[in-house]
Design a protein around this ligand. Structure first.
Ligand code: F6P
Length: 509
């Protein structure tokens, strides 16, 4: 059945081309998704809906949104939507209030001029993204980040700060991540080093393992909770937002929650044809599994969204980097694409040549705000122009004749124009999404992130994979820990292969 459904979808897609005449706009939670530059037809709609229904999309969406077991390999919910609900369950509301009270008191006391946020992956990217997006013009508090185990990261984060007025936020769902615990230890030493008698007064721990944080030394009133049912890459919505609130205000966090909750509502209720995450997901599945595009380019045309790409890389690739289905069988088609990108217009001067004329190409998501928050209209008009132009080139391309005529118009000889034209043609027909935010606000950013979350979930349903585990990452962590034991101890306890064994002995010297 599964195979027939895919064959139907494939047939429908093969019979469809991108068309200049299409205009397909889907408004959702205050933002607009333009999927005009994606393959679509009535036949595709029917085949895609049949595929989703076969994999019990509605039931799985209900489980996701209601705290059911959405993550079967770890036997737990993935209930991040509960964290941003307008009227959350009691334990969430209580913790939200504790975070707000902590930040409001710190603000009232004008305390903690410096904040060092220590955390990695989901305990880091979302915070960096929000602080960068809304603190791009500076913040009252100096906010530094340390994620990497590379000691330079922590050295840089502490450099020049006065430890006496520094709060160190340690965000780790598991409170076992070695990068985070090592960096936290350096912070404790740094605080002690200037004579602070109780360095833990300067520490906030955010974790789903409060007992572990307590045993580590954190003070109980400085431990903020998240729960086992919050996937690491969805931590942004939890108490991990404390650093965002310290940097750019508790109202920013509330706005992020409100926008995401509005997208949750849209995802739960909009019909398939006008459901933005569903339509975006289907376009992505078609591009990956049927048209064979191996990657997805993210092109935010907004300087403030510098961390959106790594944020989405974790969300998409940790969630969809799977090749075994829910029953443990190999998935028959290509699953999640590699995700990459950079804000435009920098991206245009870095890798857009490859997108325009490279042999593979990639679908692209263009993200732009209609209105800017600076006072130079020409900058924004040029930014918008660049964004639309790249999309137009990818969609419409340029024929040999057009390139030839352009050469002639530039005064080239016919012979020169003819030979150059071959280098100046663009294939076109390359798919893209355009996502337009009226303005970059906490609300619209919240909606944007939730749009991607639900898109990823819907794609996982199509591929019948679990988007909420990450066994590959866990394996890498275990091996690193074994290798660390060999590198730092007297003996090499593991000899997995000749090359690793050679380097273990070399690097021990
Ligand atoms: O990268 C794997 C991962 O488990 C992520 O899912 C998570 O965001 C990150 O490690 C950090 O984990 P923790 O918050 O437990 O320190």
């Amino acid at each position: 059945m599964h195979t027939i459904l895919w064959q139907n979808l494939e047939r429908a897609v093969q019979q469809t081309q991108l068309s200049k005449d299409t205009l397909r706009l889907i408004p959702a939670a205050g933002i607009t998704l333009d999927v005009s530059a994606q393959r679509w037809s009535e036949d595709i709609a029917v085949a895609a809906q049949a595929l989703l229904e076969h994999h019990q999309f509605t039931e799985r969406r209900n489980a996701l949104l209601n705290g059911g077991i959405a993550n079967p390999t770890e036997g737990r919910a993935a209930w991040h939507t509960a964290l941003r609900a307008a009227a959350p369950v009691r334990e969430v509301a209580d913790e939200r209030r504790r975070v707000t009270d902590f930040v409001r008191l710190a603000d009232a006391e004008r305390r903690w001029r410096n904040v060092i946020h220590i955390g990695i992956g989901g305990s880091d990217w979302g915070v960096r993204l929000a602080v960068g997006a809304f603190g791009y013009a500076g913040t009252w508090r100096n906010v530094r980040f340390a994620a990497n185990i590379d000691g330079h990261a922590m050295a840089g984060a502490m450099a020049g700060l006065d430890p006496h007025d520094t709060l160190v936020v340690i965000a780790s769902k598991s409170f076992t991540t070695s990068e985070t615990l090592q960096n936290a230890q350096r912070a404790i030493e740094w605080l002690k080093g200037v004579g602070i008698a109780d360095p833990y007064q300067h520490i906030v721990a955010i974790t789903a393992k409060p007992d572990v944080a307590l045993a580590w030394g954190a003070h109980p009133n400085r431990i903020f909770k998240l729960w086992d049912w919050v996937g690491g890459r969805f931590s942004l919505w939890s108490s991990v937002g404390l650093t965002i609130a310290l940097a750019v205000g508790v109202e920013t966090v509330a706005g992020l929650h409100a926008g995401a909750a509005a997208m949750d509502h849209h995802f739960a209720h909009a019909p398939f044809a006008s459901n933005a995450p569903v339509q975006m997901a289907l376009a992505g599945v078609i591009n990956r599994s049927i048209l064979g595009y191996g990657s997805l380019n993210i092109a935010p045309y907004d300087f403030r969204l510098g961390y959106l790409v790594p944020y989405l890389q974790q969300l998409e690739m940790e969630s969809l980097g799977k090749s075994v289905d829910l029953n443990g069988n190999p998935v028959a088609m290509a699953t999640g694409p590699a995700v990459w990108g950079m804000p435009g217009t920098d991206a245009q001067h870095t890798f857009f040549q490859w997108l325009h004329q490279g042999s593979d190409g990639a679908p692209a998501d263009f993200i732009v705000c209609q209105h800017a928050d600076h006072v130079w209209p020409e900058h924004h008009t040029r930014l918008l122009a660049n964004c639309l132009a790249q999309r137009e080139a990818l969609l419409n391309g340029k024929t040999l004749e057009q390139a030839f005529e352009e050469g002639l118009a530039r005064g080239l000889t016919a012979e020169h124009a003819q030979s150059l034209a071959k280098h100046c043609t663009h294939p076109g027909g390359r798919p893209s999404n355009l996502i337009v935010l009226p303005q970059l606000s906490p609300y619209t950013l919240g909606a944007l992130l939730a749009l991607y979350e639900h898109k990823v979930f819907t794609q996982a349903v199509c591929w019948n994979i679990n988007p909420f585990d990450q066994w590959g990452v866990e394996y890498g962590k275990t091996l690193a820990s074994n290798i660390f034991t060999s590198l730092s101890g007297d003996n090499i306890t593991n000899k997995p292969d000749n090359s690793t064994t050679y380097w273990l002995s070399q690097l021990k010297k």
